[in-house]
Design a protein around this ligand. Structure first.
Ligand code: AMP
Length: 203
């Protein structure tokens, strides 16, 4: 079956409305494939580059999964998106804001190279969705500003770039403390052995 319109996907009206406002009418191939699969609660390995629409492919089902849940507890996000660079983190957070414009979910972005004060405050206010780069996240985890007991959805974005940029050990340390009972999504443009190995462990 080919999906030619977002209205054919089982996305709630609040999300459909945001898509109309974004000017999206037709799902990209990765969105058409991934959204039904993720709405079923399954894990996903996506071989996809930036520019394919992958942010909405994971973001829309994630928002739908979270929208009926309990309010987040301070310092305990319900979804985590790990991405290698500050620029990507900001872009993803922006997309989450747009796609979730008609939901009451709270989100924030954290990355290194800036003071941590405002990031810690955002965590303390309670977040449904945390977008983060690995180094700063690990730092804040070690300081006990964030924990993942309530985590429902974990997205590892650009996994091969994590490896290239030397972040893979930080990623492994973060993954090690995530609850086992969660939905996991891994995106990578290429599949080097280290990432295939990580995917096999995670998914
Ligand atoms: P991404 O690969 O998620 O970074 O998305 C690449 C660009 O495509 C972004 O500017 C999105 O806003 C846009 N985009 C994503 N999905 C769609 C869609 N179904 N229709 C039109 N534009 C889209």
């Amino acid at each position: 079956m080919t999906i030619s319109s977002f209205s054919e996907l089982a996305l709630r009206p609040e999300l459909q409305k945001a898509l109309v406002e974004q000017g999206y009418s037709t799902p990209t191939p990765i969105q058409a494939q991934a959204i039904p699969h993720l709405l079923d609660g399954r894990d996903l390995l996506g071989i996809a580059q930036t520019g394919t629409g992958k942010t909405a492919a994971f973001g829309l089902p994630m928002l739908q999964t979270l929208m009926d849940g309990a309010k987040p507890r301070p310092g305990q996000p319900r979804a985590l998106i790990l991405t290698p660079t500050r620029e990507l983190a900001i872009q993803i957070d922006d997309s989450v804001k747009n796609y979730g414009a008609h939901l009451k979910l709270k989100h924030a972005v954290i990355f290194g190279g800036v003071g941590q004060g405002r990031q810690v405050e955002a965590l303390q206010r309670g977040l449904d969705i945390l977008v983060a780069t690995p180094g700063r996240l690990l730092d804040l985890m070690n300081q006990r500003h964030v924990r993942f007991d309530d985590l429902k959805v974990f997205v590892l974005d650009e996994a091969d770039r994590m490896l290239d940029m030397g972040f893979i050990n930080d990623v492994r340390k973060i993954v090690a403390v995530l609850p086992k009972n969660r939905q996991t999504l891994l995106f990578s443009a290429t599949m080097p052995p280290e990432i295939a190995d990580l995917a096999a462990k995670l998914l």
